[in-house]
Design a protein around this ligand. Structure first.
Ligand SMILES: Cc1cc2nc3c(=O)[nH]c(=O)nc-3n(C[C@H](O)[C@H](O)[C@H](O)COP(=O)(O)OP(=O)(O)OC[C@H]3O[C@@H](n4cnc5c(N)ncnc54)[C@H](O)[C@@H]3O)c2cc1C
Length: 453
């Protein structure tokens, strides 16, 4: 490769603020809103023309249960519960038990287009300044701290000056640029193209159709899921295939994955029209391919499956969750690990394999079965930058714990914790590394998060 030198040019410092959040999924929005509610001046930059990240752009409109595994104790509250309540009142969200879920353990399903508007309103009410269609390009440093991010939108290239930065880009774009150590898992979970179908009443079982009619499609055997959307009768979310074998952390890989994903959706629609309803219509597709995983960035504490799923408690707990381990594998299988040690692998040929992961990890069979897991604030603290938190699916986690932590109810809570930590760092004039995690946890609770005890 040959190189050219881009000429240096002066950029306007268009915005000066306390906290700059980059990336506007619920992770980023909740970080911004929490910091703003505590009194910080906050700006949020988002490359799309709307907020919500994968939840809205990729139509992944399902937040998992807020209750512990008994279904009796609420362990997730805060902005997740607040937004759910707002969408519920609007008729755009509801608890929808799936499979053997009870209503107490049900997922919250929502209309992703109404979610976009709700997140706009939440930011506006909280005084967060949102800049949509604004792409983070790079950052600048002064005296060890990040001083500015450089972004581009229709106004051209400009700088945002802030005292604290939150990277909620999913991929960890700021984490990369500030020099946090990145790594990939041996297996990176593949993306799935998502689409809405009008004219069917239940999830069309595309995997079964591939098995039954292999000569009618170019699709390989795969595993998928789907669901109804509250307040949106006659439309079903389908997520039936995986785009395997591409590195979506690269420009070319991500671009090719988009094309393959769309081609897969066309094949799925052919099967649905041929065998479910000839009048079924493709009502919407993801605005971009939602990614499950790309790169991770090291922080002070790695999340580890055996600590997480065996219920290790922390004084500086900033997240409680119950979603089980959920790995999408290279052969299209979905591997689920549960709190009680059992695992289930849903094979693409529709068979099910069962076993016990505790045995594989040497966990004594009489270990107490936890009803929730927890995460320490140290998981958000990097050792490179005093004024940056990276939060989201770039989390420092082993494969097993990542597969549980990656879902939105968890990342939403981590976003809130990042916003609180940013505010406290400014208020106490301390680098991130010197913040007291217990104070972060207590401030989260005071602001509406569930009790972490
Ligand atoms: C197909 C699929 C199905 C899933 N199913 C579920 C499910 O049922 N329930 C569940 O809870 N989770 C599910 N997940 C996982 C979950 O959706 C993701 O892990 C989660 O959304 C990641 O959140 P995030 O905030 O880290 O990243 P994202 O949601 O990817 O958000 C990152 C945001 O940053 C923005 N951004 C990125 N780079 C820049 C930049 N340079 N400048 C400006 N903005 C930028 C993006 O536009 C985006 O808005 C699924 C994921 C996929 C892909």
């Amino acid at each position: 490769m040959t190189f050219i030198t881009e000429p240096a040019k002066q950029l306007p410092i268009k915005y000066t603020t306390d906290v700059c959040v980059v990336g506007g999924s619920a992770t980023g929005v909740f970080a911004a809103v929490r910091a703003a509610r505590l009194g910080a001046k906050v700006i949020l930059l988002e490359q799309n023309g709307f907020l919500g990240g994968v939840a809205t752009a990729a139509l992944v409109c399902c937040w998992h249960s807020n209750n512990d595994t008994t279904g009796k104790t609420q362990v997730i509250a805060g902005l997740t519960a607040e937004v759910e309540e707002r969408l519920f009142r609007l008729g755009a969200g509801d608890l929808c038990p799936n499979g053997n879920e009870t209503r107490e353990r049900a997922s919250f399903h929502f209309n992703p287009y109404e979610m976009r508007t709700e997140l706009d309103m939440l930011c506006r009410e909280s005084g967060v300044q949102v800049l949509l269609h604004t792409y983070y390009c790079t950052l600048m440093r002064e005296g060890g701290k990040i001083s500015h991010v450089i972004a581009e939108n229709k106004d051209g290239r400009f700088a945002v000056q802030a005292s604290f930065f939150i990277d909620a880009t999913g991929d960890g774009d700021l984490a990369r640029d500030v020099g946090m150590k990145g790594y990939r898992h041996a297996w990176t979970q593949p993306p799935t193209p998502t689409y809405f179908v009008a004219g069917i009443t239940e999830h069309a079982p595309v995997a079964d159709l591939i098995k039954q009619y292999p000569d009618e499609t170019t699709l390989v055997q795969d595993s998928g899921w789907g669901m109804k959307i509250p307040g949106t009768p006659g439309v079903i979310l389908q997520a039936d295939t995986h785009v395997q074998g591409l590195d979506c952390a690269t420009g070319e890989g991500r671009s090719r994955a988009e094309e393959i994903g769309r081609a897969q959706v066309r094949e799925c629609m052919k099967l649905i029209r041929a065998h479910v309803n000839p009048n079924a219509a493709l009502a919407a597709t993801n605005a971009y391919l939602g990614l499950r995983e790309t790169i991770h960035y090291q922080t002070k504490k790695e999340a580890v499956l055996t600590e997480l799923m065996l219920g290790t408690a922390y004084d500086d707990c900033i997240l409680q969750g119950t979603y089980s381990g959920d790995e999408h594998l290279a052969n299209g299988a979905i591997h689920l690990k549960f709190f009680d040690g059992n695992y289930v692998t849903l094979m693409p040929d529709r068979t099910v394999e069962r076993g016990n992961w505790w045995k594989e990890y040497g966990v004594p069979a009489d270990h107490e079965v936890p009803t929730r897991y927890r995460l320490s604030f140290a998981n958000l603290v990097n050792e490179v930058s005093p004024n940056l938190i990276a939060v989201g699916r770039m989390i420092h986690a082993d494969e097993g714990s990542f597969s549980a932590l990656r879902v939105m109810v968890n990342l939403n809570q981590l976003g809130e914790a990042a916003g609180v930590a940013a505010y406290l760092a400014l208020q106490q004039n301390k680098p991130l590394q010197q913040l007291d995690g217990v104070t972060v946890a207590k401030t989260l609770e005071k602001g509406g998060s569930a009790n972490f005890a």
